[in-house]
Design a protein around this ligand. Structure first.
Ligand SMILES: *Cc1c(COP(=O)(O)O)cnc(C)c1O
Length: 407
């Protein structure tokens, strides 16, 4: 019986060029982004300049984490205590957490079988808030033309959570470039790895000036190279609190070479995704997630659905795959295991049951696809899932790998 022995949490090493750049920063001793000598441009400022150019955004700000970027964006567009913010019922804990951190209240919008925000539900709830924090959760991108038209018509400001979509787009336009602000994470499990880190991009001078002041710029915003002109700060500089969350030069140095290589890495993720997805075609009872033509996805993780399966049968699939080295995360588990990703796990947020969403959430199985996996690894993982899902679905539990029973 085949067994997979790789690690779903092992990322690639930091590239040599990035290690060399990090060493230069360490040797200089000038890790703080505003600690520069005459004529020197800080790594953090260069990172912002380069990411703005890479995405086509007018402005960019590097910060301490993806979660900080989200909260900073909310504050920068004027969200405050007691405000309501629309967001996805299917996302990761830092998203409702960012909303709660500014004293605001999430209003959850449902998820479709395509694992994107349900635009009908969004339309139905549009009058409840003036801001939408849209999470491109697990890299699934909704019809952005339709979403932006809906939000424009209802006067809703959109902040995009691109933690899983750095390098991805819809209809040829990158995620993060649709809303007023795009927020990215450079935490280890995302598309670029600085341990922790975040980036905001925007074309809105006032919003970005506020974000830079919020991040803790000590009035040194003229040292930024992807910032609005000084006039944009004039009325804000003494009115905007400093909520420190800057990125340091060490992380910026590690990120710059990685971002230059982003397109190649994205192609490598999608190569792995295609092998896995093809290997899971036509498995009875297993629903693959449709990817629309316009979705320029980057699949650094893989999801499939066991829609309308019994609890015990889903548990059996998970146990049998785990016994063969394939770790599946069940987003639908009634009691969340490890990280949380569904609206009813966040007990600090009031929410009404959402039956159509519950059905989808209940059926989602997920795995990461780190670039340390080879294409053959992906083919093997697909064979294991295929065999175990089929065995449980057909009730043939004498098949290899049987570690759980469905009564
Ligand atoms: C990781 C993540 C974030 C936040 O990123 P951190 O850098 O860990 O704070 C936000 N949204 C989603 C969907 C994420 O997965």
């Amino acid at each position: 019986m085949e067994r997979f022995t790789g690690s779903f949490t092992q990322q690639e090493p930091i590239p040599e060029e990035a290690i060399a750049a990090a060493l230069r920063v360490l040797q200089s001793g000038r890790l703080h982004r505003y600690n520069t000598i005459p004529g020197e441009v800080a790594e953090a400022a260069l990172l912002e300049e380069e990411f703005a150019a890479q995405t086509g955004a007018s402005y960019c700000l590097a910060v301490a984490s993806g979660g900080y970027a989200l909260a900073c964006a909310l504050r920068a567009v004027g969200v405050g205590p007691g405000d309501r913010v629309l967001t996805n019922a299917f996302t990761l804990a830092p998203v409702p957490g960012a909303i709660a951190s500014v004293g605001a209240v999430p209003v959850f919008v449902g998820v479709t079988e395509g694992l994107v925000i349900d635009l009908e539900d969004l339309a139905a709830k549009a009058d409840q808030a003036r801001v939408l924090m849209l999470s491109h959760m697990r890299g699934h991108i909704c019809d952005m033309d339709a979403l932006m038209a809906l939000c424009a018509a209802r006067g809703i400001t959109v902040i995009e959570d691109c933690a899983h979509t750095m390098g991805a787009g819809w209809a040829g336009r990158l995620t993060g470039r649709w809303g007023t602000v795009g927020c990215f994470s450079t935490q280890t499990y995302k598309h670029a790895n600085s341990g922790e880190g975040g980036l905001l991009i925007s074309d809105d001078a006032e919003v970005m000036a506020r974000a830079i002041l919020l991040s803790g710029s000590y009035m040194l915003y003229d040292r930024h190279r992807a910032a609005p002109p000084p006039e944009a700060f004039a009325d804000l500089r003494l009115q905007t609190p400093n909520i420190s969350g800057r990125m340091d030069n060490l992380r910026a140095a590690i990120l710059r070479p990685q971002l230059r290589d982003l397109a190649r890495q994205c192609a490598r993720w999608n190569d792995r995704y295609r092998v896995l997805d093809a290997g899971l075609a036509g498995v009875p009872g297993l629903t693959r997630v449709a990817r629309p033509e316009a979705e320029g996805f980057v699949a650094s993780s893989y999801q499939f659905l066991l829609l309308d399966w019994q609890d015990d049968a889903i548990r059996a699939v998970i146990a049998r795959c785990a016994a063969r080295g394939v770790e599946l995360k069940w987003f639908g588990a009634p009691e969340p295991v490890a990280f949380t990703s569904r609206y009813d796990s966040w007990g600090y947020v009031p929410s009404e049951p959402m039956p159509a969403t519950d059905r989808v959430l209940y059926g989602i199985l997920d795995m990461r696809l780190p670039l340390t996996f080879s294409l053959e690894d992906c083919a093997l993982i697909a064979r294991i899932i295929r065999a175990e899902v089929s065995a449980v679905f057909q009730g043939d539990l004498s098949a290899p790998g049987g570690v759980a029973r469905v009564e």
